[in-house]
Design a protein around this ligand. Sequence first.
Ligand code: PMP
Length: 298
Amino acid sequence: MGLGKFVWMDGKFVKWKDARIHIMTHSLHYGSAVFEGIHSYKTGGGTAIFRLDDHIERLFSSVNAMSMKLSLTKKQLKGAIIKAARINKIGDGYIRPLVYYGYSSIGVYPKGVSTNVAIAAIPWGHFYSGSLSIMTSSFRRNSERSSVYGAKISGNYANSVLAMYEARKKGFDEALMLDLHGNVSEGPAENIFIVKNNEIVSPLSRSALPGITRDSVLKISRGLGLKACEKRVKPGEARAANELFFCGTGTGIAPITSIDGKRVGNGKPGKITLGIKQKYDDIVRGKDKKYRKWLSFI
Ligand code: PMP
């Protein structure tokens, strides 16, 4: 992962090494920040950010979920993100806008605490290049009963970190998390797809983040003439899949070739997965006119 040169903090660019906050920052103690992970890609027409407006929409709904008072408009935030991407010359890169409750006294209730915004932008590719082995986590994904559905709240990620450590300690690459009802939810930082009998299924779970990559995959698959749907998925159905893959902004599309120590399909990345991955890669690189609307050139 590369380093950025400048970080946008509350309206100003500061040098990477000077992008600091006070130890008494509310969000650091209580997980009360909200954030986005956004990807940019080099294309034939210059660098383009993938589905920027959708990420901004989701960030603003997370801000509302956390009752934050943000003085920036969506347009201003979009402008700042584009500037951060440009000034850091990220090319293939990752952008992390973070909205957090700032310096405060010790209480949990953030009354009178400032809402601060930072945007880091770094040159970067994806987490994984090969295929993944996953295990079903003993940790259940935070449910909508303990958080807000659809909000990307930093505190939810303690749950993800626990699942990741459990998986890595046992020698797996990643975790599969079930929801409160025992149905398949998602990975610690990505959504999962199940392919069975040429049908592509995205689990319907109110514990899973409605991912922007997931939405793209559903649309791309239908565009390719494949049958794609959302429905409840039992863990046994995931284990019996012909193909499995993870998807997310940071993960890209990553084939899963084993689950709980058992091979998925023939133990190799599946044909349908690889077809969707190829199409996705073409789209983010601006090679498919039909999906240019998803790109914001910077
Ligand atoms: N679920 C979780 C918990 C995530 O952190 C992410 C990454 N943002 C995703 C799913 C995938 O979402 P997206 O495709 O919007 O990046």
